[in-house]
Design a protein around this ligand. Sequence first.
Ligand code: PEP
Ligand code: MG
Length: 603
Amino acid sequence: MTRALRGIGVSPGVSCAPAFIVRMDFPEVPDRTVRPDQVDAEVARLREAVGYVIEHLGELGQRVLQRAGPEESRIFDAQIEMAKDPDFLASVETLIRNNYLSAETAYEFKALEYRNLFSGAAMLREKIADLNAIQLRMLNRLMGGVGHELWSIPHDEQVIVVAHELSPGLTVQLDREHVVGLISEEGTRTAHAAILAHSLGIPAVMGAAGALAAIPPGMMVLLDGQAGTIVLDPTRDELEEAKTQISRRHRLELQLESVVDSPAVTPGGRPIVLMGNVDLPEEIETAVRMGAQGVGLLRTEFLLTGRTALPTENEQAEYFRRVATAFHGYPVVIRSYDLGGDKFPVGFKAPLEANPFLGWRSIRVCLDEPAVFRPQVRAVLRAAADRDIQLMLPLVTLVEEVELTRAIVEEEAQALRREGIRAAESLPVGVMIETPAAALIADRLAEVSAFFSIGTNDLTQYTLAVDRGNARLADRFTPHHPSIVRQLHQVLQVGREAGIPVSVCGEMASEPLSAVLLLGLGYDRLSVSPPALPLVKWVVRTVPEPAAARAAESALAAASAEEVTESIRSVVGEYVDIRLLDPHSALPGRRRVATLPPGNTAS
Ligand code: PEP
Ligand code: MG
């Protein structure tokens, strides 16, 4: 019998609770035809179901709006738009009228056609997830099914939800009090559902292949959302070990609380700038509370989640001002839209591509689509009128991309001046080093860039040719590979020679052991996931610089990622309990750090 499963830890925290299985299987739709005189009644049935589904989605959206906020509830607006799609519904009605198909048969046929049109393009995964959610609701309505909503989760129990795939719509419905963990067979760290689980503070493991077959309903499961491990029916010893880990973490957290108000300086007195990465508006407060010295990476794609139209210039300027006000006195680095991969807004005319992560994305989209990019540049300029705001470009591979952007910034600054709109005269434009191309021409990029920030997530993906979200390759995906360590070293040297600041904003900076490596390499500016800020600061204040430098020196001479990791561990182990910092032990979650049900702890 399977005793353990492995996936990708996407939202930290340790939980243990009985499994609650969510099956999203579609009901079997028989090929049913109707008599010509029943056609009008079928069309009426279809329209009634559409009305019902739209109303239901509206109610869900309202509920989520109250519980989680506008960003999360937008998913339902997008689904309502899709459910109402007049072209789609007209084609279903035509099938009913011309081919005498029943409403559900016709609906399923057309949904299949649409899905085939979308499939193959990773960037449309979200659309497919929306289509699935609507189709399931429609078929349940038309065929009298019970639905798949999570209302049936018993409200006096805590459960871990297990599903094949967690759609963002399903994730935002989850009640944090009762759902203490999430497991899905599909999904990656960059999936919207993963990001939502993280922001809701629910420990989650995705990409856990075979979870549905291995976990029967009600089975006790022990989940570690950082390590990506799932233990089925844990033994007393395993529960005991989890409990020890949780109390170890708890003690550390108490220590960390006192660190929040202390300065980020090494034992030798070298100040380190620790900024926060902000993906969702809800994170602003956490980042401020955790002592972030500004925002080193403000992701802007989430302004688009589930929306059918791009946010306006005013809306963006307002958001950027809000962030900069919250971090008054510190810089805010706004990253231009990193669209592409699975990050296209609903309704955006994204092309079908064989390799979307090597395709039309990020700065490439922005430079090709002035209607997308220019309002964003204007919004940044407007917010920067009296605030410390900088613009950062993702996925740069060409010097020309920076030059073209700088020209756009200049043109828009002039245009705003002509229009009499208050805005900054110019902007510092910096570059994310997240492709080997950018790292190799860093000296030339430095001539046109105000700063560099290293995106180690994509740099690792593109250097190692390992998809950052592929569960099967998770063991190979590591920024400790010597090729990444060398690039980190070289880019910092280039930045120093050119006199521009170089920081790291990839997830690597949020992992305490990796942060030690970065400090040892000479980095003094890190942008970190807000919940990880106290732990990284604690490491900064604890590990002496000469020790970190020793680890970095060995890492630069290493032949494998294992050697790099080992060199950091052996140095750091001299100063702190390494078990607290191991990437495979849980980092503090946002709200829920660890949960063990009282009846299931081995005490
Ligand atoms: C990165 O690639 O390291 C990064 C910070 O950007 P994102 O994770 O948003 O691609
Ligand atoms: Mg990136």
